[in-house]
Design a protein around this ligand. Structure first.
Ligand SMILES: *Cc1c(COP(=O)(O)O)cnc(C)c1O
Length: 383
């Protein structure tokens, strides 16, 4: 029996509530790149992905406003119909330059990139090996492809090798999927080794660099020893780049194939001109200000040193507390201290690893970082 939809929703929500896993949208106004207003209070946010505070940068705002004045607020259609306004080519050239590839393709979001690209390349006869901690959008893309999906132990190259030995022979094509910087753990993938393994096993490699672009290696993100034609470098325009959208950097023919086959590009409206213009302006800021670009990672390292945690490898620092209840309590404690740090719970992270996920930006004040470290060290980790 299908039953009442209302009843179904209420029962499901009650179950989530009972497990402390019910989530809710909390109105949060971001008035600059660092502070937020929530429940009538001004807090210092350590949980935005706006690593370079570009969401509020004057050059990006100006570029967006100018693009609206010239091209209007919407793209009007998918890029293959009439939505391919002139700003796309400029942004794609800049992204290809950043990543050192022949070409690039901009998508509506990082989620749309991942769910469009993997199914455009892989099919029922193929195998996808995916890091167990890879982002939900990569998992969705892998599953939508109808390939056999096998997860490997996080960052464990020997496990990748073993799984390729076991599965490679029975499949036509193989794809290894990982992230440059892991979104909930802040650690980096062993990309040199994965590139070698991929070459040896005749596999392609996807690197989702959502949290590395604009932060690592002078803003270029993960660097691939041999970023030849067998690597697909994916990213988002919605984190360090400060706006919205996703992208793929690859060879010209791979990009052309994606134009033809990625359903999330073909059947979705192009990004608004203002969003594309803002991303172009962001890449200019990143290219011109290497010292500023180095700050999120430096701030994360300053925090880990003070808090007595392992040295940060990116702008993301996890503070794993274990239970959902403890993570919620820790988040509340920090909010009372004037910091916004949202608790991350399953299924976003594995069962038993609920955590605070701290993110550091270029504009965080040294004093705020120091005080946050003190609270985390003395009131959260010490318990
Ligand atoms: C945020 C994120 C995405 C999704 O990007 P959006 O542009 O927000 O849709 C994809 N992959 C990873 C690793 C991410 O962290």
């Amino acid at each position: 029996m299908t039953g009442s939809l209302e009843e179904f929703a209420r029962t499901k929500l009650a179950a989530l509530e009972a497990a402390s896993l019910r989530r809710a949208l909390v109105e949060t106004a971001r008035t600059d790149g660092v502070h937020v207003e929530r429940r009538g209070r001004r807090l210092v946010s350590f949980c935005c992905n706006d690593y370079l505070n570009l969401t509020h940068h004057p050059a990006l705002k100006e570029a967006a406003v100018a693009a609206i004045a010239r091209y209007g607020v919407g793209a009007g259609a998918s890029r293959l119909v009439t939505g391919n306004h002139p700003l796309f080519a400029e942004l794609e050239r800049a992204l290809a330059r950043l990543k050192g590839t022949e070409a690039a393709c901009v998508f509506g979001s990082g989620y749309l990139a991942n769910t469009g690209i993997i199914p455009a390349l892989m099919g029922a006869d193929d195998v996808v090996l995916i890091d167990e901690l890879a982002h939900a959008s990569l998992w969705t893309g892998a599953r939508l492809s109808r390939a056999k999906v096998v997860s490997f132990i996080h960052n464990d190259v020997r496990n990748v090798d073993a799984l390729l030995d076991a599965h490679r022979g029975r499949h036509r094509r193989a794809l290894i999927v990982t992230e440059g910087v892991f979104s909930m753990d802040g650690d980096r993938a062993p990309l040199d080794e994965l590139t070698c393994i991929a070459a040896r096993a005749d596999a392609w490699l996807v690197v989702d660099d959502a949290h590395a672009v604009g932060v690592i290696n002078g803003g270029r993100g993960s660097l691939l020893a041999d970023s030849g034609a067998n690597v697909l470098q994916i990213g988002t325009l919605s984190k360090a780049i400060g706006g919205y959208g996703g992208f793929l950097c690859a060879s010209r023919h791979v990009i052309e194939l994606v134009h033809n086959r990625a359903r999330t590009l073909v059947y979705a409206t192009g990004l608004p001109p203002a969003t594309v213009a803002a991303a172009i302006a962001a890449l200019e800021v990143i290219a011109r200000q290497p010292e500023y670009v180095a700050r999120p990672l430096a701030n994360a390292k300053a925090f880990t040193t003070r808090a007595g945690l392992p040295e940060a490898q990116s702008a993301i620092v996890p503070v794993v507390v274990g239970s959902v209840a403890r993570a919620l309590q820790a988040s509340e404690l920090l909010e009372n201290e004037g910091f916004l740090v949202v608790a991350i719970r399953p299924p976003t992270v594995p069962e038993g690893t609920a955590r605070l996920r701290l993110t550091f930006t270029a504009a965080h004040a040294e004093a705020d970082i120091a005080r946050l470290a003190e609270v985390v060290r003395d009131k959260i980790l010490a318990k």
